[in-house]
Design a protein around this ligand. Structure first.
Ligand SMILES: [Zn+2]
Length: 185
């Protein structure tokens, strides 16, 4: 298990072998026969090709393994939830090509839309489909970024940042819209 782990984690290993094996055979040949090329000529060409293929596949295996590990470890952390008296849905905002529901969180019974702090407005962290308003599912894409997909209509959207980061941005946009509405700008 330990050996398998280090074989799949250490990018230097295939690189060292790719350099060391031809060098060692050239050096061995030079010491044994006086000609550095004799042993290399003695080994059939396809053996070198197979050796090269193994090194390439091994390197790709390490890269894929590293990538999979990063995806598995990249779980979102749970954000702290503020104390809320009542939470109402008040509308929606378009951002990053999807829909975000906007909420107001009243922190006491006398709070109202006009008087509550602008900080008390936020958005749902789950984006909605722009076609059918269904909650979108998020998956980490293999190389970079995220894919949001609609379980109802098949809508798909690639996005660089996760829904948690984008929902914060959507909330900022929504807060500014509400600010303007309240001040009648
Ligand atoms: Zn949809």
């Amino acid at each position: 298990m330990k050996i398998k782990e280090s074989l799949l984690n250490n990018l230097a290993l295939p690189l060292i072998l790719a350099i060391l094996i031809p060098m060692a055979s050239a050096l061995g040949s030079l010491l044994a026969t006086g000609e550095w090329i004799t042993w290399i000529n003695f080994i059939p060409w396809f053996v070198w090709i197979i050796f090269l293929i193994i090194i390439v596949i091994w390197t790709i295996g390490i890269l894929v393994n590293k990538r999979l590990k990063r995806i598995r470890n990249n779980r979102p952390s749970i954000a702290a939830v503020p104390r809320v008296y009542e939470r109402y849905e008040i509308g929606e905002v378009s951002h990053a090509g999807v829909i975000w529901k906007v909420y107001v969180n009243y922190t006491d019974p006398f709070d109202s839309f006009e008087t509550t702090s602008i900080k008390n407005f936020d958005t749902d962290s789950i984006p909605r489909c722009p076609e059918c308003k269904t909650e979108l599912e998020e998956q980490k894409s293999f190389w970079r970024g995220y894919v949001w997909s609609c379980p109802r209509c098949g809508f798909k959207k690639k996005n660089k940042d996760s829904r948690l980061i984008e929902s914060e941005r959507a909330a900022k946009i929504a807060r500014r819209d509400i600010e303007k509405k309240r001040k009648k700008e």
